[in-house]
Write a protein that binds this ligand. Structure first.
Ligand code: UD1
Length: 379
C-alpha cells in the first residue's frame, strides 16, 4: 500500500460551504478510492460568515486551515496562493487532484497554486458566465475554467459556454447543482426553526432581501436608490434583510444605515446561518437579491426572486426557475413586485440535475478520473 490518494476539497467563503458539504459526505459515504481532505482558506473567518455554516452543515473541522483573512483582491488572492502552495509543498500527502467550487477568490487562487505544481483541478460549478468582466467573480470563473482539468457543470448554460470556448467534450461533465443537495437535506430542519415566527413575520407575508455585490453597495448613489426601494417596499410588506458585513460597512459610510433601520416595515438583521436563512427564504412571498446562490435556491423552492443586477451567470433560473433579472434601473422592480402580489408571477419548473444527488455524481466523476492517475510526483 502506498500513500492514500488524497483529494483536497477547497472552501474559502460563505457560498462555498454549502457546496463542499455534500461532496465531502458523498466521498466519505461511497466506496470512493479517494480520500477527501477539507482545506479552509479563511477568506471568511467570522462566526457569522463561516463558523455557523460548519455547524449547520455538519462539516466538521477542516483538516487544513490557511487563515488568510480579508484584504484587497490582490492581497487576498496572493496570500491564498502562497499559503496553499506552501501546504502543497509540505510533507503531508500530496493530493492527486484538487476540487474547487464556485467563483470566489479562494477558488481561483487555489487553482493557480495547484496547476503550477502539476496537480489537476476539478471545478464544480464550471462554465457559468455573466459576460461582465467588471464582476470579480467573472474573472475568477474565467481563470479557473481555463486551468481546470475536469469541468463539472451545474446548469445547461455552463456546458454551452465551455463548448463555445473550445473545451473538449471529454473534460466536461453535467452533474447538476450540489447546492441543491444541501437545500434538500436541510429544508425540514430549516423550516422547523420557525425563524419567521420569532421575528413576527407571517408565512408567505414578507420580503426577504440579501445584497452584497460591490456593484450594488460600493457606489453610494446606487446604494441610496436601493435603500429607497427597500423603504417603499417596507411600506407595503414587511422586509427582512440580513446585512452582509461589506454592506453594513458601506451603509454606515454613506450615512444610510440609520435611514434604513428607521424605515417602517424594514428589519435589519445580522448575517444568518444557513438554516435560518433557508427557513426565511422558503417562507417568503418574494425575495430580492444580488446573490448567485439565492437565485438558484429560490428557483428550487418556487419562491419568486428579483435579481437586482444587470445580468446573471445562471440563466436557467430565469428560463425554468422563478428568477427575473431586474436590470440597472431599480424602478423596474415595481411592476414585478405587483405581479407577485397579485399572484400573476411565473411559477417555475424543475431544473435537470437539481435533484439532491449532484454530489454523488461529482464523487463518481472524481473517482473515474483520478482513482488510477499516476502517483503524485514531487517537484
Ligand atoms: C465574497 C466573494 C463573493 C461572494 C461573497 C459572499 C470574492 C471575490 N467575492 O465577497 O463572490 O458572493 O464572498 O459573502 O471572493 N468580512 C467580515 N467577516 C468575514 C469575512 C469578511 O467581516 O468573515 C468583511 C471584511 O470587512 C471584508 C468584507 O467583509 O473586507 C468583504 O469580504 P471579502 O471576502 O473580501 O468579500 P465578500 O464581499 O464577502
Amino acid at each position: 500500500m502506498g500513500e492514500p490518494r488524497v483529494v483536497d476539497l477547497v472552501a474559502g467563503a460563505r457560498p462555498n460551504f454549502m457546496k463542499v458539504a455534500p461532496i465531502l459526505r458523498a466521498m466519505r459515504a461511497g466506496a470512493s478510492p479517494l480520500v477527501p481532505r477539507l482545506v479552509h482558506t479563511g477568506q471568511h473567518y467570522d462566526e457569522g460568515m463561516s463558523g455557523v455554516f460548519f455547524r449547520d452543515l455538519g462539516i466538521g473541522e477542516p483538516e487544513v486551515s490557511l487563515g488568510v483573512g480579508s484584504g484587497s483582491h490582490g492581497q487576498q488572492t496572493a496570500r491564498i496562493l502562497a499559503a496553499y502552495e506552501e501546504h502543497l509543498l509540505s510533507p503531508s500527502p500530496r493530493p492527486v487532484a484538487v476540487v474547487v467550487v464556485g467563483d470566489v477568490n479562494s477558488t481561483m487562487a487555489c487553482t493557480l497554486a495547484a496547476v503550477k505544481l502539476g496537480i489537476p483541478v476539478a471545478h464544480v460549478e464550471a462554465g457559468l458566465r455573466s459576460f461582465d468582466r467588471g464582476m470579480p467573480e467573472e474573472i475568477n470563473r474565467l481563470v479557473t475554467d481555463t486551468l481546470a482539468d475536469l469541468l463539472l457543470v451545474s446548469e445547461p448554460a455552463g456546458e454551452e459556454n465551455l463548448r463555445r470556448e473550445g473545451v473538449a467534450d471529454g473534460r466536461i461533465r453535467y452533474v447538476g447543482n450540489v447546492m441543491i443537495d444541501t437545500l434538500v437535506r436541510e429544508l425540514p430542519a430549516a423550516r422547523s426553526l420557525g425563524v419567521a415566527e420569532r421575528l413576527g413575520l407571517a408565512a408567505g407575508g414578507y420580503v426577504y432581501v440579501t445584497l452584497h455585490r460591490p456593484s450594488n453597495v460600493d457606489e453610494p448613489g446606487r446604494l441610496a436608490r436601493l435603500v429607497e426601494l427597500l423603504g417603499s417596499l417596507g411600506a407595503r410588506l414587511p422586509v427582512a434583510f440580513p446585512v452582509h458585513p461589506r454592506t453594513r460597512e458601506r451603509l454606515r459610510a454613506a450615512g444610510l444605515e440609520a435611514v434604513l433601520a428607521a424605515a417602517p416595515g424594514v428589519r435589519l438583521l445580522e448575517p444568518l446561518g444557513y438554516r435560518e436563512s433557508l427557513g426565511l427564504m422558503a417562507g417568503a412571498r418574494l425575495v430580492l437579491t444580488d446573490s448567485g446562490g439565492v437565485q438558484e435556491e429560490t428557483s428550487h423552492l418556487g419562491v419568486p426572486c428579483l435579481t437586482l443586477r444587470p445580468n446573471t451567470e445562471r440563466p436557467v433560473t430565469v428560463s425554468l426557475g422563478t428568477n427575473t433579472v431586474v436590470g440597472e434601473e431599480v424602478e423596474r422592480a415595481w411592476p414585478l413586485v405587483e405581479d407577485v402580489l397579485a399572484g400573476r408571477y411565473k411559477k417555475g419548473q424543475p431544473i435537470p440535475g437539481w435533484d439532491g444527488r449532484a454530489a454523488e455524481r461529482v464523487a463518481a466523476a472524481l473517482a473515474e478520473r483520478y482513482a488510477d492517475s499516476p502517483a503524485p510526483r514531487r517537484s
